[in-house]
Design a protein around this ligand. Structure first.
Ligand code: SAM
Ligand code: SF4
Length: 350
């Protein structure tokens, strides 16, 4: 049952953003650009996607203003994503600015890490708390095939630099696609010697069926997390590393995501599973997305969006709060296993 709007912005509750179903929304994911230097097979077509007009993209100041207003209403955790955040001019300034906003407790970034190594310290100094690096394969040739642009060496350097400058935790995001037959044991081994947290993400049907952004999603390519956990345990055991063991609350790496965590005996890092499809977490979803062109997207899988750009550009704080409250009120109860969205992941901010 949908509740009457209980958000702080109409003064009914304390400093807490609550959606129309009573879920506490304190996590904002911001796509800072739709551009990317990679063309991952599952995310973007080789030729790229039609880019947004420069004038439609939120400025650094507009994004920071939105975060300030959101923080007044209960947003506490920020993730910077894209497209590729490292290609956005002014990204380090944005992080520095967001870090100083009262009420913001953490700021994290998801990146492909290409070109990260030389600037990792700058991100740390600006106040970035945590970093997630996307890496779907450890095989250089498969990496080239998958990203269509990148070289794995630079990504590995980015991971090493992130650890060296003291990011903690450093998480590796790995989208699992059956047809790719990735080296899951290789990823698991990474967690033995280094404090890395590898999270396997179920391949999601975002962008498919749009007619323009076909990412080629196919249900047979999804490996459900339970199946993958058994595959990794079996392979690790055969390699003499033991089986995965569940990690309790204290052993989990810090973060705001829905992953369930395990580890191999004696490992420094953990292995997480994000079951967006096989065991979805919609009932406890705490997130809201802001697209690079200034739309609030309450659900990754739904194309219902609420334009906040005009309010940010020409309106008062109350105008912005009004759009925010409306978006929260209409956050869907579940993704209902929807296949396909108009925007692909690079335009939503995965
Ligand atoms: N460019 C950055 C990166 O790759 O980390 C940030 C943006 S990317 C869209 C954010 C995350 O979404 C990446 O970890 C990527 O692997 C993931 N992603 C993209 N398309 C996906 C899909 N169809 N299913 C699951 N994850 C996906
Ligand atoms: Fe770029 Fe990230 Fe999409 Fe790959 S997943 S194409 S790196 S936005």
């Amino acid at each position: 049952m949908r509740l009457p709007l209980l958000s702080n912005w109409i003064g009914v509750l304390g400093p807490m953003a609550v959606d129309g179903l009573g879920r506490n929304i304190d996590y904002l994911r911001i796509s800072v650009t739709d551009k990317c230097n990679f063309r991952c097979l599952y995310c973007m077509p080789d030729e790229g996607v039609p880019l947004l007009q420069h004038c439609d993209i939120l400025t650094i100041e507009e994004i920071a203003r939105f975060v300030r207003i959101g923080a007044e209403g209960g947003i506490k955790h920020i993730r910077i994503t894209g497209g590729e955040p490292l290609v956005r001019k002014g990204i380090i300034d944005l992080i520095r600015e967001i870090k100083q906003i009262p009420g913001i407790e953490s700021i994290a970034m998801t990146t492909n890490a290409f070109g990260l190594a030389p600037v990792a310290q700058d991100f740390k100094d600006a106040g970035l708390d945590r970093i997630n690096i996307s890496l779907d394969t450890l095989d250089p040739e498969q990496f080239k095939y998958l990203t269509r642009r990148g070289t794995i060496d630079q990504v590995i350097e980015g991971i090493e630099a992130s650890l060296a400058v003291g990011f903690d935790p450093v998480k590796i995001n790995s989208v699992v696609i059956r047809a790719l037959n990735q080296d899951f044991l290789g990823f698991a081994k990474l967690t033995m010697d280094k404090p890395l947290h590898v999270r396997f993400i179920e391949f999601m049907p975002v962008g498919h069926q749009s007619g323009i952004n076909d990412t080629g999603w196919n249900e047979t390519d999804v490996i459900p997390s339970d199946e993958l956990r058994n595959i990794i345990s079996d392979r690790a055991e055969a390699a003499g590393l033991g089986r995965l063991e569940a990690v309790d609350k204290d052993g989990k790496p810090a973060g705001n995501g829905p992953a369930s965590y395990y580890k191999l005996p004696g490992a420094q890092g953990t292995i997480g599973f994000i079951s967006s499809l096989s065991n979805h977490f919609c009932s406890t979803c705490n997130r809201l997305r802001l697209t690079a062109d200034g739309y609030l997207r309450p659900c990754l899988f739904s194309d219902d969006e609420y334009c906040v750009r005009e309010a940010l550009r020409y309106g008062s704080d109350d105008d912005v709060k009004g759009v925010l409250a409306n978006a929260l009120e209409h956050k869907p109860d579940s993704h209902h296993y929807r296949v396909g969205t108009d925007r692909n992941m690079s335009k939503i901010g995965g």
